[in-house]
Design a protein around this ligand. Structure first.
Ligand code: GLY
Ligand code: MN
Ligand code: MN
Length: 438
């Protein structure tokens, strides 16, 4: 179903971007529609930066933003024109008229005209924001237009056009979530929390990992998410030690733990939640000991999350707690300082604690500014996800610790005074989890 109107957030974002870069032109193509085989495509999802600025979700399109010093910024949309024959197969399109009427483009043209129109749109600009390497076809169009413009620009005395990645400035805007964005993100987190809770109740020994994957997908979509925000990780026992495990062919076994990392996407904003729970009813003694160290590290990290603190500071505290745990359980020996300095903790905790979260699970926005980790500010959203993994090849670890991988992941929003945990709705205390499993 085609929209007749879109929210006002999109023009506001474009205006902010262009006001910050008055002598630039932005060229952002839609995400390519990947072919799976012959004329069958993978499911389509728009590029996040393109969507953030336009709200337009069709492939084979491109937005060009042309700022103006006199207050008449322009958005030009290049789209697939209406085509009744093609629309029988691919669905209804907005076409050139819809691009203007619904998406408020100042001008709109068929996508085939991009190459011929770009040189004139580059006139007078000093820099072009375009993500080189996005697609060979688009690179060719933009490079040709650049060269044609550069050859003329020299004679005007103006500097030659430089090319930069738009993910820099657009990512900077996306890093600070607006109230409207937070509504979508909170909904994604609520639905995903509910899905995690239900999966915790429904999992039984003998189910297959891909069955659990289907269950979390179903619940998220049934509750209103359009899709999941990333490929879920559903890992039984030792599979959890593989950080991006995805084969999902294994069977869930009583006595082992199940790690599920899954998040629904609601109106282009995704949650990112991990919980680890027993496939049976209870954590074993060793599983519980390991779990409690991860939970302690996660809680301490959440307690630190407030304006002014940096992500590396939070990660360092998590690592300190985990090292204490590894020493306490006898899995490492030596002084905590040496273990930290030599990075020996990476044997059991090889990833970092946080990443930005928003339209993409690993969201845009720089982690460093002026060579320094950036202090957290209100409106930033990120994950806190410590883990404890024993690699199946690590035979030096006592037998009872083998085949165990644990991660606990929540999503937090920095507020003026601290943080809001967006994924509160999924239990992580052991007794609460065991109650659900009962
Ligand atoms: N779900 C991917 C991650 O946690 O980073
Ligand atoms: Mn994550
Ligand atoms: Mn995750």
């Amino acid at each position: 179903m085609l929209l007749t109107q879109i929210p006002q957030d999109f023009p506001v974002r474009r205006h902010r971007l262009m006001a910050a870069h008055p002598s630039a032109v932005f060229v952002l193509p839609a995400h390519p529609h990947w072919i799976r085989n012959s004329d069958v495509h993978h499911p389509y999802r728009q590029d996040s930066c393109f969507y953030y600025l336009t709200g337009f979700d069709e492939p084979k399109s491109c937005v060009v933003l042309v700022p103006s010093q006199t207050g008449s910024d322009r958005m030009i949309l290049f789209v697939q024109p209406k085509d009744s024959e093609k629309e029988i197969w691919e669905g209804e399109r907005y076409g050139v008229e819809g691009a203007k009427k619904v998406f408020q483009a100042d001008e709109a043209y068929p996508i085939e005209e991009l190459g011929s129109k770009l040189p004139e749109l580059f006139l007078g600009a000093e820099e072009v924001f375009y993500r080189m390497g996005f697609s060979a076809e688009m690179d060719q169009i933009v490079l040709t237009a650049l060269e044609s413009q550069r050859s003329r620009q020299g004679r005007t005395g103006r500097s030659l056009l430089s090319v930069q990645d738009p993910r820099g400035p657009v990512g900077e805007l996306r890093l600070y979530k607006s109230l409207e964005e937070l509504i979508a993100l909170r909904r994604a987190c609520q639905i995903s929390a509910l899905a995690h809770r239900r999966v915790m109740q429904e999992v039984r020994p003998g189910m297959r990992e891909f069955e659990v994957e289907a269950l979390v997908d179903y619940i998220c979509r049934k509750e209103g998410c359009q899709r999941l925000g990333y490929g879920s990780i559903v890992a039984n026992g030792k599979n959890a030690a593989c950080l991006h495990y995805h084969s999902h062919r294994d069977v869930l076994r009583e006595g082992e733990l199940l790690l599920m990392d899954a998040g629904g996407e609601y109106n282009y904003y995704t949650a990112d939640i991990t919980r680890t729970f027993p496939v049976g009813r209870h954590f074993s003694k060793v599983q519980a000991q390991m779990y409690d160290w991860v939970l302690k590290a996660q809680k301490e990290a959440i307690a630190m999350a407030r304006p002014g603190v940096t992500l590396p500071e939070i990660h360092q505290r998590v690592v300190e707690v985990m090292i204490e745990g590894f020493l306490c359980l006898g899995l490492l020996e030596g002084s905590p300082q040496e273990i930290y300095k030599r990075k020996q903790f990476r044997r059991f905790y090889p990833h970092s604690t946080s990443h930005w979260l928003g339209m993409d699970v690993h969201d845009s926005g720089l982690y460093m500014k002026n060579g320094q980790p950036r202090p957290l500010e209100p409106g930033m959203v990120f994950t806190i996800e410590p883990g404890f993994y024993v690699q199946p090849s690590d035979f030096e670890v006592p037998r009872e610790y083998q085949n165990i991988g644990i991660r606990i992941e929540d999503d937090v929003l920095i507020t003026k005074t601290g943080c809001e945990i967006l994924t509160q709705g999924v239990p992580k205390e052991r007794d609460e989890i065991e109650q659900l499993r009962a």
